[in-house]
Ligand binder design. Structure first.
Ligand code: PRT
Ligand code: ZN
Length: 301
């Protein structure tokens, strides 16, 4: 295969439609990226930064990166792992790795059996036909558990395979579990925990693209941090501060401001993650009042 032509623009593959498409685009937009829409809407030319988007089926994303057509991709770990194990099975290193975990698009790849059946452990699967769209991931798990079973590869409607007599049990993605329940199946063991990830090569990029990728990752880390940050504001009597300050949730150094009559203070603190009701009640009990938790729109240290 001829090596791909040098490029000075970064190309990122995301899902065209489906569960991960919109959040992926929103995440990149929150990094300040804008694009010129093309007529066919499959390729978006980056305007604010040299970062172009390719809109594709999620299953194609790892291959596009491995073949050098794209530099990065936003895809479920389930798809990335399945692709990498498939390449390894063919004796080729996948060359791909997770650059970032994004914390959304979470789901599990579970083995599910008839809801009326008991589960005694992986050895129960010996000799059974297991319907799945993830044969490589399943095969590795079976091998790790020393179980010989037969994966039956289906590309959709895995959960109805037992009823159609195509398989005995299934190995499928689950988020709420509603689909399994509707098909009288119950999840019994998880073989992979998945979430959306930034997939990329396990080596540095060439021709200036690494610099663009580094900039994008820095912005992405900032955007993720921002999304997870909250501003906690409260009022309290000055003398309660020694009790209150140690109770504040983990975050930046709090700012304490004097309020008019000198006995009252206002406290502001940028915290990591959300603030629970229990935490607010605890602070109130320690003397805080007028508590408020606000989302953060922008931040520049
Ligand atoms: O067209 P294209 O090939 O791009 O899309 P696709 O249909 O293959 O994928 P899509 O959009 O359904 O899912 C994209 C990614 O979202 C997956 O690869 C996972 O990483 C992630 N994800 C998160 C899920 C789910 N949650 C999920 N629940 N993918 C699929 N499901 C299925 C599940 O298998 C079940 O059939 O959704 C159904 C509902 O799940 P329950 O458990 O909530 O009932
Ligand atoms: Zn797909």
């Amino acid at each position: 295969m001829t090596p791909p032509a040098p490029r000075d623009r970064l190309r990122v593959a995301i899902q065209k439609s489906g569960r991960l498409g919109d959040p992926a685009r929103e995440l990149l937009a929150s990094c300040g990226l804008t694009w010129r829409e093309s007529r066919d809407k499959l390729f978006l030319y980056g305007e604010s930064l040299p970062v172009d988007l390719l809109l594709v089926r999620d299953d194609d994303i790892p291959g596009l990166i491995a073949d050098g057509v794209c530099d990065l991709g936003i895809v479920g770990r389930n798809v990335l792992v399945e692709h990498s194990l498939g390449r390894e099975e063919e004796g080729r290193p996948s060359g791909l790795t997770e650059w970032r975990q994004l914390g959304w698009g979470t789901c599990r790849l579970d083995v599910a059996i008839d809801e009326g059946q008991e589960w005694t452990g992986p050895e129960q699967l010996a000799g059974l036909r297991i319907a799945t769209s993830y044969p490589h991931t399943l095969t590795r798990w079976l091998r790790d558990h020393d179980v010989r079973a037969e994966p039956v590869v289906l590309n959709g409607s895995v959960e109805i395979a037992p009823r159609l007599g195509q398989a005995d049990v299934v190995c499928d993605l689950v988020s709420t579990g509603g689909t399994l329940r509707a098909n009288q199946l119950r999840p019994v063991t998880t073989i992979l925990h998945s979430e959306a990830v930034i997939a990329g090569p396990d080596s540095t990029l060439d021709d200036g693209r690494q610099e663009i990728a580094d900039l994008l990752m820095r912005r992405l880390d900032g955007a993720v941090q921002l999304k997870e940050s909250r501003l906690l504001m409260l009022r309290a009597a000055r003398e309660t501060l020694t009790d209150l300050l140690p109770l504040l949730p983990a975050g930046h150094e709090p700012t304490v401001l004097q309020v008019d009559d000198r006995t009252e203070v206002s406290v502001q603190v940028l915290v990591h993650g959300s603030v629970s009701w229990a935490k607010l009640e605890q602070l109130k009990q320690a003397g805080a009042h007028n508590l408020m938790v606000l989302p953060v729109e922008g931040m520049l240290a």
